[in-house]
Design a protein around this ligand. Structure first.
Ligand SMILES: Nc1ncnc2c1ncn2[C@@H]1O[C@H](COP(=O)(O)OP(=O)(O)O)[C@@H](O)[C@H]1O
Ligand SMILES: C=C(OP(=O)(O)O)C(=O)O
Ligand SMILES: [Ca+2]
Ligand SMILES: [Mn+2]
Length: 681
């Protein structure tokens, strides 16, 4: 290569020096046309004066000009040594040198094996780029097992760290190294999450130790399947060894919670650019100054998702394991590349940390009107939190995870994670427009040539997703904080089609439905299951809570009482029959219902009470056909409606039996009211 260039340059300079044309091109074809009459002497250079010449002497230098090195304003790009400096620290101040050294040391500590004598040799920058820095941090730490001179091959190798890369850099990494990465027509990064296209709640394990055995909810109904400390360490070692065996890992240092008083520092170590970009979008992005001062993280995720867990390991029932250790402040992911595990894993962490500070963590979306009225949207996956909180007429605070403290409501995240199946530009314009450069599009199908995404195509999965930074929604409120909630909207996607499109709830009813957490999973594509499956997920997110549901319910009741919030139950599911015979309530109608809640119109509307569930339903809402407000009107077969209603009521009752013995709030009266706020039949 170098030889060729030298030859080329030689020929060029011969010509420029005024050697006769024939001499230069003579034997190689047509003579070139001479534009300069005068034959120049050797000191003159022939060039085209119309544009200034490039300020580089060599092609190498030209390429080095293309990328501006700017450590001060963009410290979240990897620090690469320039072509002229030997060390990445050569051109920076002593203070900066120390900071960067500490950063590397901290990463080395994160990645340290617990059974060998040293942390890995970490080095910053892409191993593929020639100028990659060579600073090594061979970090010493205290091992669990102390063997005097235990030098392993892994201790001799470098692990390159790609630290807080920008979306553009991560795009390049993904496209170059991760099969299945493509740029779509609107600039999003399409990726595949591999064999797992959804969460694996049955593979989630939580370490039960002296602290957590008392703090957490264990046993029947709890999402916390126990594992012991030792097994966690076995899996941690497996993940860390896997990550260190790679040529490079991605490290994201970011924040959770927009409330500055309760901000949590998280570090995510992962093997894929897809995972790094996903978390870049989903967590709060630090400013360059904040990143410089980051220090030690409060919690670390080791995502070794491409690598399976070992089924001979105790507690493992599949090749997938998502392990949470609250005492060590670590989470390990093995055997699943579904990015949602990281986001929801951190949410579980917040469901532990925040209530300990007397802050309520919520599986809800949140938005705010022009007058400062705040609404929360609780609901399980697919019930409409993201869709309904993204409202062109209101400020978006967040779509999925929030905290409610003495200061008001704050978003935990820095991004949104929207379902994309059947996404339409007309019905959901803000989400549609957010799918652009920087957005991660998981498991979608697109045209091979035009790269237009077909959102109706479920070939890979029905759970196609878009993860984008919250500021991609034009009316997002930054910082994502809001005053106390005025309306608490419980979303249930009722596939039985018997719950009213909207009901106004008493506080006791709100608690009853919050603890029940009813929605229906539609089997649809699954073989065998012909009818919808009711799911009761306490607090509308049982998979993510860490303590007993009544802990969260008590806090919610107190906050709603204190701030005078109204509870609502909104059915975003079926009407006029169950799944299969009826239809899903039109999104346009649900939006009108939500509008009427926000505006305050619905609070003072005329109500009638339903049988069995005892729900208060309005008789009229602007823009919604009145006959659909009472579901019985929409069913052709009234008997079928009654039977289905009673069937659902029975399911509610069975589910709630598990909670009747728990006290909610300070006075016994509320508990009794809650128990009797369920269906009566
Ligand atoms: N009436 C309705 N209300 C809310 N969402 C609806 C309705 N009808 C259809 N949908 C669709 O249901 C899905 C709701 O998903 P999403 O808002 O992402 O839920 P979540 O954020 O709670 O997981 C979206 O694809 C939305 O288009
Ligand atoms: C990402 C998830 O959340 P949701 O569907 O509520 O947006 C999930 O449940 O895996
Ligand atoms: Ca969502
Ligand atoms: Mn969610």
């Amino acid at each position: 290569m170098a030889d060729k260039e030298t030859t080329k340059e030689k020929n060029g300079s011969d010509f420029r020096n005024g050697t006769t044309i024939d001499n230069v091109v003579g034997r190689r074809g047509l003579p070139m046309i001479q534009t300069h009459k005068k034959v120049m002497d050797s000191s003159e250079i022939c060039h085209d004066d119309s544009s200034p010449s490039v300020k580089a002497q060599t092609i190498h230098e030209l390429h080095s000009l293309q990328k501006k090195k700017n450590n001060k304003s963009t410290p979240n790009t990897p620090i690469r040594s320039s072509t002229t400096t030997q060390s990445p620290f050569a051109s920076i101040s002593e203070e900066e040198r120390q900071k960067q050294k500490q950063q590397l040391q901290s990463i080395s500590e994160s990645l340290a094996s617990l059974t060998r004598e040293t942390g890995p040799k970490v080095v910053k920058g892409d191993p593929a780029s020639k100028g990659s820095s060579s600073h090594v941090d061979h970090h010493q730490h205290s091992p669990l097992i102390s063997t005097a001179f235990d030098v392993s091959d892994s201790a001799l190798k470098f692990t390159h760290v790609l630290y807080n890369l920008s979306p553009a850099e991560l795009y390049e990494q993904a496209i170059k190294y991760e099969k299945g990465s493509f740029i779509t027509a609107t600039g999003a990064l399409a990726t595949l999450s591999g064999a797992k296209t959804g969460r694996s709640p049955r593979d989630k394990r939580v370490v039960k130790d002296q602290t957590t055995q008392h703090d957490l909810w264990w046993g029947k109904g709890s999402p916390n399947i126990e594992m012991d400390e030792h097994t966690f360490l076995v899996n941690r070692e497996r993940a860390v060894d896997y990550l260190n065996s790679l040529e490079k890992v991605y490290v994201n240092d970011q924040f959770l919670n927009w409330d500055p008083e309760h901000r949590i520092k998280v570090r995510i170590v992962s093997a894929r650019a897809y995972h790094s970009l996903f978390m870049h979008n989903m967590c709060i992005r630090p400013t360059p100054e904040e990143l410089e001062e980051f220090g030690t993280p409060d919690f670390t995720i080791y995502n070794a998702g491409q690598f399976p867990c070992n089924r001979f390991t105790h507690y493992m029932t599949s090749s997938t394991s998502i392990d949470m250790n609250l005492t060590r402040k670590e989470m390990v992911i093995l055997g699943t590349q579904y990015a949602g595990e990281m986001k929801k894993g951190l949410f579980s962490l917040m469901h532990y940390l925040m209530p300990k500070r007397n802050i309520l963590s919520l599986h809800s979306g949140c938005n705010m009107g022009k007058n400062g009225d705040v609404a929360l949207f609780f609901g399980l996956s697919g019930t409409g939190k993201t869709t309904l909180s993204t409202d062109h007429n209101r400020y978006l605070i967040g779509d999925d995870e929030h905290c409610w403290s003495e200061n008001g409501v704050s978003n935990i995240e820095g991004g949104c994670y929207a379902k994309c199946v059947d996404l339409s530009k007309d019905k959901e314009p803000d989400i549609w427009n957010a799918i652009k450069f920087g957005t991660v599009l998981e498991n979608v199908v697109f045209d091979e040539h035009t790269r237009d995404v077909d959102f109706s195509d479920k070939s890979v999965t029905e759970n196609t997703r878009a993860a984008y930074p919250i500021e991609y929604i034009p009316n997002a409120r930054i910082p994502c904080v809001a005053p106390h909630a005025k309306n608490v909207i419980l979303l249930a996607c009722d596939a039985f089609g018997v719950l009213p499109p909207v009901s106004k709830l008493s506080l006791a009813q709100t608690m009853y439905h919050f603890i029940s957490g009813y929605t229906a999973l539609v089997a649809g594509t699954e073989d065998g299951i012909k009818e919808p499956q009711a799911t009761f997920s306490a607090c509308f997110g049982a998979a993510f809570i860490m303590m007993h549901p009544t802990k969260y319910a008590t806090m919610l009741a107190e906050k709603m009482q204190k701030h005078g919030a109204t509870g609502w139950l909104v059915n975003t599911g079926w009407s006029g029959g169950s799944y299969g015979s009826g239809n899903r309530i039109k999104l346009a109608y649900t939006r009108k219902i939500i509008d009427a809640i926000h505006s305050g119109c619905l609070l003072n509307a005329k109500y009638i009470k339903t049988e069995v569930f005892g729900l208060e339903i309005p008789t009229a809402i602007d823009g919604v056909p009145s006959e659909i407000l009472d579901p019985i009107n929409t069913w052709f077969e009234k008997k079928a409606y009654q039977d289905t209603l009673l069937k659902l009521a029975g399911l509610f009752k069975n589910n709630f039996d598990g909670f009747v013995s728990y006290k909610i709030g300070k006075d016994q009266k509320l508990t009794e009211e809650i128990v009797s706020a369920g269906p009566i039949f």
